[in-house]
Design a protein around this ligand. Structure first.
Ligand code: NAP
Length: 314
């Protein structure tokens, strides 16, 4: 089988990856985008995006990603599905390893994003997906019409999930380990003012109840101030406690910090220690983690890739 050679391989289809595709496409590099199991990234599981510049009325997350995909395609981006398992930079063009093939690439932009973090308490794994534990209210919220549910977390994701669930659920218990939300003021105020949302402060999950029955029946929580444990009866548990960067396939090739996020080299946010290999978006940003900042990093990575190729045999 003859090797496939590419100017630019972009791993990931979130805001960072697709913005990089628009820019490298417009630079006539004919980029190849590798799509993983959740094409479109995290925004496809968000309802309304209210803070992406240029959309005063807000924009549906899924629609925004469809638009970006179409825009990148217009400039010559090609899409292939594939799961990346590793990267070999010992020889240039570099080798991107997939489960079923290898692709040689002159430049690589890694924009693999981040995945929802789970609490790790007993019962969570057993009842995940279809049995009552989930990380996506937009995907699964409608299954909990007129039922009581729990959202775990205190950030913007938790507030957003809880607010979305008010459309369906009777009551939403918002379980948070402290006594104030980390979420932005506007989201926190909205969530706490909603009559269906009941905060459960200073509490951590202990176990998800219902393993024997094969369906969630509640969440056991512990109050950190009193030590008391109690069970919140609920049919659905929405875990919204942040994310883990998807950087594992590149371990040892691209530097990461102790939380697993890619670390850029020098002053640049997107250059790695390997010339021609760039990182962008939530896999490399544990500070801002916004759609617009991911898009900005994708743009920067694309410009770096284009310049580097122009100097080194594009
Ligand atoms: P986040 O801001 O990191 O918040 C995670 C929350 O989960 C925190 O409240 C944290 O508690 C709690 N937590 C973490 N680990 C836990 C554990 N093991 N057990 C119990 N609780 C735990 O994550 P996020 O809410 O996903 O937001 C990520 C980024 O995306 C943020 O920058 C956010 O602003 C942005 N975002 C924006 C929007 C929007 O603007 N519409 C929507 C979603 C997300 P502590 O507070 O005690 O640390």
């Amino acid at each position: 089988m003859s090797a496939q050679f590419e100017n630019t391989v972009i791993v990931g289809t979130g805001c960072a990856g697709l913005t990089a595709a628009i820019y490298t496409g417009r630079a006539n590099l004919s980029p190849l985008v590798l799509e993983g199991i959740l094409p479109g990234g995290q925004l496809t599981t968000t309802s309304e995006v209210e803070n992406f510049p240029g959309f005063p009325e807000g924009v549906d997350g899924f629609q925004l990603m469809q638009n970006l995909r179409k825009q990148a395609k217009k400039f010559g981006t090609r899409y292939e599905s594939g799961s990346v398992t590793g990267l070999d930079v010992s020889q240039w063009p570099y080798t991107v390893k997939l489960t079923d093939r290898e692709i040689r690439a002159k430049t690589i932009i890694i924009a693999t994003g981040a995945s929802p973090r789970l609490t790790g308490v007993p019962g969570e794994k057993e009842l995940y997906g279809g049995k009552g534990v989930t990380t996506c209210a937009t995907c699964d919220g409608a299954f909990y019409r007129s039922m009581d549910v729990v959202v775990i977390g205190g950030g913007d994701s938790a507030a957003e999930e809880a607010l979305f669930l008010t459309r369906f659920a009777s009551k939403i218990y918002l379980v948070h380990r402290r006594d104030s939300l980390r979420a932005s003021k506007i989201m926190a105020d909205r969530a706490l003012a909603h009559p269906k949302i009941k905060p459960v402060w200073d509490s951590v999950p202990v176990s998800v109840e219902g393993v024997k029955e094969g369906a969630v029946s509640g969440l056991k929580v512990k109050n950190l101030k009193t030590g008391a444990e109690s069970i919140i009866a609920a049919k659905g548990i929405f875990v919204a406690i942040g994310h883990v960067p998807n950087t594992a396939p590149f371990k040892g090739v691209v530097d990461t910090n102790d939380q697993g996020y890619f670390v850029a080299t020098g002053l640049s946010q997107v250059k790695t220690k390997t010339p021609g290999v760039y990182v962008a978006g939530d896999c490399a940003d544990h500070v801002y983690r916004q759609a617009v900042t991911a898009a900005g990093m994708g743009c920067a990575a694309a410009i770096e890739a284009e310049r580097w190729l122009a100097e080194h045999g594009g």
